[in-house]
Design a protein around this ligand. Structure first.
Ligand SMILES: [Zn+2]
Length: 387
C-alpha cells in the first residue's frame, strides 16, 4: 500500500508545476502498470452517484477550461451551408457540404442521407482519425453510406489540416479546441435541420476520430449515443496535438484520463470497440469494468457495451463497423435494411473519388472571407496558449 501511494504521489507532484506544458498528459503518459494503479486511485475518489457526479463535474470543467472552449467568442449562429452535387445511390444520397464553424472558417465534408421518405431522421456525426485524405477512404465511405441507408443523416467531416480543411495545418497549437468546436458546430447544424430528430443523435469515429467522439460526448449531452473506436485507453492519452496538445486531462486541482472522460457519457448508450493490437488491448480488463461501474450508478449497465476484437489491429474495419451498425440500430431505432448473408454486405456502396467528394472546386470555390494560416485564425479568435 505504501508503494502504491508513493507512486501515485510522485505522479501527482508532477502536476503541481504551473503552466500549460506541465499540465499536458501526452501519448504513452503512463505505463500499463501505472495506469492500473491510477485507475484504482480514481475509483477510490467516488463510491456513489453523488460523489461520482461531483468528480464528473470537475473532469468536465477540466476539459472545457483546458481546451479554452469557454474562451471561444460567440461569433455566429449562422452556418451559411454550401451544399452541392447531390447524387442518389443504392439506398442513400451523397452530397458535398461545407458549413461555417465561425465566420471565415469552413468545416468541409459530405452528407450521406437516406432515400426513403420520413419526417425526421436520426443523425450521426462522423469525424475521422489521422491519415492523409482520410475522409475519402473506403472505410469512411462504407460506414457513412450504410448508416444513411439505415435511416441516418451522416455528416462526415475533415479533421483540421486534412483534405480540404487546409486553412490551418493539422499540428497547430489549438487543434484540439478547433476540432471540438467544429464538432459542436456540426451538431448545432444537424439539429437545426428540420429533417433531423434531435432526440436521436449519435457520434462515432476511430482513433483520433474516437478522441473527438468521446470529447464532445463528455461535454455535450445532445449526443445521445456514442461509439468511440480503438481509442479509449487508461494509459495512452492520444499522441497528437489534436488529442492531448491542450491540458484537458489535468489541472492544478485534478487528474483524470480518457477512461473517465468516456465515462462522462453515462447513462447515455456507449459502445467501446477495442482490439488486441494497440493501446485498447486491456479494455475488457481495465477500461470497460471502470466505465461499467459508473453506468451501474445510474442503473444503466445495459447501455454500455464493449466489443473487443483481440485478433484485430488499429482501424475501423469491417467487423468494427458491423458492431457499430448493430449498436446504432438498437439505440437510434434504425431500419435493418442492409443486405445480410452471414454478416452485413456493404457491396451496394459506390466508392466515389476525392474529386467527386470535394466541396470546394472550380465551380464552387471557397468563399473570399476564408481566414488563412494558424496565426490568423488564432488571432481572430483571440485564443492564446497559457504560459
Ligand atoms: Zn491530430
Amino acid at each position: 500500500m505504501k508503494l502504491f501511494l508513493s507512486i501515485i504521489t510522485t505522479m501527482f507532484i508532477s502536476c503541481t508545476i504551473f503552466g500549460q506544458d506541465a499540465m499536458l498528459c501526452t501519448g504513452h503518459y503512463w505505463t500499463e502498470d501505472e495506469a492500473n494503479l491510477v485507475m484504482k486511485k480514481f475509483a477510490s475518489e467516488w463510491d456513489d452517484l453523488e460523489s461520482w457526479e461531483e468528480r464528473a463535474k470537475i473532469i468536465r470543467q477540466g476539459i472545457i477550461e483546458g481546451m479554452q472552449l469557454d474562451k471561444m467568442p460567440l461569433i455566429s449562429e449562422k452556418f451559411n451551408p454550401i451544399i452541392h452535387s447531390s447524387r442518389e445511390m443504392d439506398g442513400y444520397i451523397v452530397e458535398n457540404i461545407a458549413i461555417e464553424s465561425f465566420p471565415g472558417f469552413y468545416i468541409t465534408g459530405n452528407l450521406y442521407r437516406p432515400t426513403f421518405e420520413q419526417e425526421k431522421y436520426a443523425a450521426i456525426l462522423s469525424p475521422h482519425g489521422h491519415g492523409a485524405n482520410k475522409r475519402f477512404t473506403d472505410d469512411i465511405q462504407y460506414r457513412s453510406a450504410v448508416l444513411a441507408r439505415m435511416g441516418v443523416i451522416v455528416f462526415s467531416y475533415d479533421m483540421v489540416g486534412y483534405a480540404e480543411s487546409d486553412q490551418v495545418i493539422h499540428k497547430m497549437p489549438i487543434a484540439l479546441l478547433l476540432q471540438t468546436y467544429n464538432s459542436k458546430r456540426v451538431l448545432d447544424y444537424l439539429i437545426s435541420r428540420p429533417d433531423v430528430d434531435s432526440e436521436r443523435i449519435g457520434m462515432t469515429g476511430g482513433s483520433g476520430g474516437g478522441t473527438q467522439t468521446f470529447m464532445l460526448t463528455a461535454i455535450d449531452d445532445r449526443i445521445k449515443v456514442s461509439v468511440p473506436v480503438v481509442q479509449v485507453s487508461a494509459h495512452f492519452f492520444g499522441g497528437c496535438v489534436c488529442e492531448s496538445g491542450m491540458p484537458v486531462h489535468k489541472s492544478a486541482n485534478h487528474q483524470s484520463n480518457n477512461v473517465e472522460i468516456a465515462a462522462l457519457s453515462a447513462p447515455r448508450p456507449l459502445l467501446l470497440i477495442s482490439d488486441g493490437g494497440d493501446w485498447t488491448r486491456n479494455t475488457p480488463r481495465i477500461e470497460y469494468p471502470y466505465i461499467q461501474n459508473v453506468y451501474a450508478l445510474y442503473n444503466a449497465e445495459h447501455k454500455v457495451e464493449n466489443v473487443h476484437l483481440p485478433l484485430e489491429r488499429h482501424n475501423y474495419g469491417f467487423s468494427k463497423r458491423t458492431a457499430a451498425y448493430n449498436f446504432f440500430q438498437h439505440h437510434l431505432k434504425l431500419r435493418f435494411n442492409i443486405p445480410y448473408d452471414n454478416g452485413y454486405n456493404e457491396d451496394f456502396v459506390t466508392m466515389l473519388t476525392p474529386e467527386e467528394l470535394k466541396v470546394f472546386n472550380e465551380e464552387n470555390p471557397r468563399p473570399n472571407n476564408a481566414l488563412q494560416g494558424d496565426q490568423v485564425v488564432m488571432e481572430y479568435l483571440g485564443i492564446k496558449l497559457k504560459n
